[in-house]
Design a protein around this ligand. Structure first.
Ligand code: NAD
Length: 364
């Protein structure tokens, strides 16, 4: 079979779905690897770094691929050229994208979207949400440190002592915990907050303090559920009182398949210290702060709010390495005896499948 990847076409996207390491593993499984010329350039993997791989122009790659691995959904040009019955695998962003799903079905493509994987132990090695969230969390905290008008660590110098910055991370999932770990390494005084009670121990194990606001909202599958209006009001009241002390706040709160919860209101931002900074990692899905403008820098009453998009693409080499390993581990479930034979009895295969030929399996 021919396994392929194209140069990603989304604005600012620098990752690649197949790295030299994974190309080698695919070759050892007997697959032919065919990539678009320059597919890995922006991630730091020039064509010459791939051994035993063929390169061609995008149109030819798409028309010969049995399995097309992608980071973000392939564009219309690629979709139009893929052959009926071939497989598309990647982050296909299915929520609210019924036109895209219909296009996949119309083209009779079988598609797997790794965001849909259940978060089970066996799925961990294929879990792109985790691997890419770790990159995003790390980068969000570096962005906070770089944009803050203060140092993060405590410094004792001949010019006096500088107190460490106080940093809050809202949402202690994969991205939030990585943000906390990064802030710790930078020497900030760090607190973490989440609505899932089990995160307390995880936050504390990183040497951070857990901010207790008395709102608990564990949902199913290890995720948070959406807060009720009363819970949200209670959370905002309690949080508003605490926010005054922080120099930087990184927000990462998300509820699967929904717009990001709005946690920081304009009034809460107005209660923060002048010079304080918010990095809203949820900007991609609407933002956790009312004032966030995706992809922009907003200043409100002396507080700066950054809404960076697609942060994982900003560390493309390691992000691609992890992503490509996830792709490979999932592809192993699809390839048997050198042919594409997905086992739809396997829940990881079944639950991540959006379209199976012309049949739409995704239920939003
Ligand atoms: P996520 O990106 O969906 O959400 C980020 C965080 O925001 C979560 O911790 C969530 O609890 C929190 N949140 C949601 N609403 C909030 C609110 N109103 N206020 C404050 N915080 C709020 O989460 P994620 O990082 O993808 O991880 C979610 C869960 O999945 C965790 O339990 C994690 O351990 C688990 N997980 C399991 C696997 C696996 O076993 N394969 C892999 C990764 C993560």
């Amino acid at each position: 079979i021919t396994v392929s990847a194209l140069r990603e076409t989304a604005a600012g996207e620098r990752r690649v779905a197949i790295t030299p390491e994974v190309a080698k593993k695919l070759r050892s499984k007997g697959a032919r690897v065919l990539l678009e010329r320059g597919a890995g350039d922006a991630a730091g993997f020039p064509d010459a770094s791939y051994a035993d791989v063929e390169f061609a122009e995008a149109a030819q790659v798409a028309s010969e691929a049995d399995l097309l691995a992608c980071v973000l959904p392939p564009d219309d040009n690629a979709l139009a050229r893929l052959r009926e019955g071939s497989v598309v695998l990647g982050q296909l962003r299915p929520h609210g994208a019924s036109a895209r799903i219909q296009a996949l079905a119309q083209r009779k493509l079988t598609s797997f979207s790794l965001e849909m994987l259940p978060r089970t132990t066996r799925a961990q090695a294929m879990d792109v949400l985790s691997s890419q969230a770790a990159v995003a969390g790390y980068r969000a905290m570096l962005m906070a440190a770089e944009n803050a008008p203060k140092f993060f660590p405590m410094l004792t110098t001949a010019a006096g002592t500088i107190r460490p910055s106080r940093v809050l991370v809202i949402g202690a999932g994969v991205a939030g915990l990585q943000a906390i770990a990064t802030a710790r390494r930078l020497g900030a005084q760090i607190e973490g907050y989440d609505v899932r009670p089990e995160t307390r121990e995880q936050v504390e194990s990183l040497g951070a303090k857990f901010l207790e606001l008395g709102v608990s909202a564990a949902g199913s599958g290890g995720y948070a559920r959406e807060l009720t209006a009363e819970e949200r009001a209670a959370q905002q009241q309690a949080l508003a009182d605490h926010l005054k002390v922080f120099d930087a706040v990184v927000t990462t709160a998300a509820v699967p398949g929904r717009a990001a919860p709005k946690i920081l209101t304009t009034a809460m931002v107005e209660g923060m210290k002048p010079g304080a900074l918010i990095v809203d990692l949820a900007a991609d899905s609407g933002g956790n702060c009312e004032l966030t403008r995706p992809g922009e820098r907003v200043e409100h009453g002396g507080v700066v709010i950054l809404g960076p998009l697609n942060l994982a693409a900003g560390a493309p080499l390691h992000a691609s390495e992890m992503y490509a390993r996830n792709i490979y581990n999932f592809a192993e479930l699809l390839i048997r005896d050198g042919a594409l034979q997905p086992d739809f009895n396997d829940e990881l295969v079944a639950k991540s499948c959006l379209t199976r030929g012309s049949e739409i399996l995704f239920q939003g």
